[in-house]
Design a protein around this ligand. Structure first.
Ligand code: DQA
Length: 153
């Protein structure tokens, strides 16, 4: 089983950017944490970060075919990234959205989330723990999907 883990703009700067919102943990450290969890479940994670919406879309078009799900922190694209939203929808994969900060308790523009209707669930406000919870949800969902499809065969 393969899960795509995507990060949008500025998330490569974790550890250095606005530590009051995002903490001091780097993206590499988050990836290591997720890798540990995935390994125990024999799941492959494919990590990708870009500061460009089109590059994220190119990645999804190329790699979603062989994946079982998507874990994504779209960064600020969360609030206005309609072409990313369309590309995510086109994958037809289960998607879980994560945020380090609580986007509902910050500036007004962050309350708009163009992905909220297309994701299984959103995890936010728990810093890197949001990722752990989000990955657990996605794995559980994919496993349930697989066992349900087996039972109906
Ligand atoms: C973020 C929240 C977004 O509003 C912001 O633009 C980010 C990070 C988060 O993880 O809390 O870049 O997605």
């Amino acid at each position: 089983m393969k899960i795509l883990v995507l990060y949008g703009p500025n998330l490569n700067m974790l550890g250095k950017r606005d530590v009051s919102q995002y903490g001091t943990v780097t993206l590499d450290a988050i990836n290591e944490m997720l890798k540990d969890i995935a390994q125990k479940e024999s799941i492959d994670l494919v990590f990708f970060q870009s500061n460009h919406e089109g590059v994220l879309i190119d990645f999804l078009q190329k790699y979603s075919k062989n994946a079982s799900g998507i874990l994504i922190n779209p960064g600020a694209l969360t609030h206005y990234g309609y072409s990313l939203r369309d590309a995510l929808t086109d994958t037809k994969l289960p998607i879980v959205e994560v945020h380090l900060s609580n986007i509902l308790e910050r500036e007004a523009f962050r309350k708009t989330d163009v992905l909220d209707r297309i994701v299984l669930e959103r995890f936010m406000g728990k810093r890197e723990k949001s990722y752990i919870d989000g990955l657990a949800k996605l794995i559980k969902h994919i496993k349930n999907q697989k066992s349900n499809s087996k039972n109906t065969k």
